[in-house]
Design a protein. Sequence first.
Length: 319
Amino acid sequence: MDSRFKFLNYSRRIYKMTSTKDIAGEIAELKKKLNAVILAHNYQLGEVQDVADYVGDSLGLSQQAAKTDAGVIVFCGVYFMAETAKILSPEKTVLIPDMNARCPLAAMIKSDELRKVKAEHPGAPVVSYINTTASVKAETDVCCTSSNLLKVSDSLDSDTIIFTPDKHLAAYLQSKTEKKIIPWHGYCLTHVKILPEHIIRQRKLHPEAKVLVHPECRLDVIGLADETLSTGGMIRYAKSSPANEFIIGTETGIIHRLKKENPGKKFYPATELAVCPNMKKIDLWKVLASMKNMEHEIRVPEDIRKKAKKAIDRMLEIV
Ligand code: 13P
């Protein structure tokens, strides 16, 4: 075992003996010292969400990254999210507390594969989900997130759209538009774990509950839901709805925030299986270590960054 690894293990044991309150206090001090902002996705561990300055969905996180005047962004999410922040704010230092927190969906299409699809459908614009690498974004006309994919598709003149990388999101979009959607065949490993039988079972157990699902779910799951929403949409819906119970068809990390912001309401995961192991790689200790050691810094080659930024900016102009 190399000595750095030994040290990390030792530090982790010490951390486990330290209360999250102490760690959170140290993080707050470092935040001031570094002029840092902590951005966290709704799927992060509760302890991480609780130290963040902003917790939100992919769209909200991109908007925050574009407008923050902090010098350092500590991004608690998966790699493509931190990379998006760096693309939008290249002058800032963007840190991700665990470099291995990757989105398998984003890895399901490569830029050369996208170039091939473009050559097969000349003239068709490319809409890429924000869950893509910078080099795929660089080959994309406009990005979208789960909260704006219909708006983005409507904004384009073309009747045919190439949509990457999520086939379930593409199917959902196809169910909402007259345009021809040419899908890529990627999918989210976590959302496909949510099955129709889970929704049916939970509805039987909680007949009064509203069913909210994410558009990365399969279409037969979406067909059983009351609402199909981004994670940010779920947060807003739960707050404003007169309903008191909700069945949540997305990654279970969002339940922490839903409960925290709606103490009088009840939230049931559609299935406990919907856990993204990558989102769970970041914990409070890693956030602290990241800020102490200024690690791990996100870098994007400038030529790719500039092209990718165009596709993200175009989305941010639409919403
Ligand atoms: P949201 O933009 O709805 O938070 O989507 C999160 C996500 O990446 C799901 O995999």
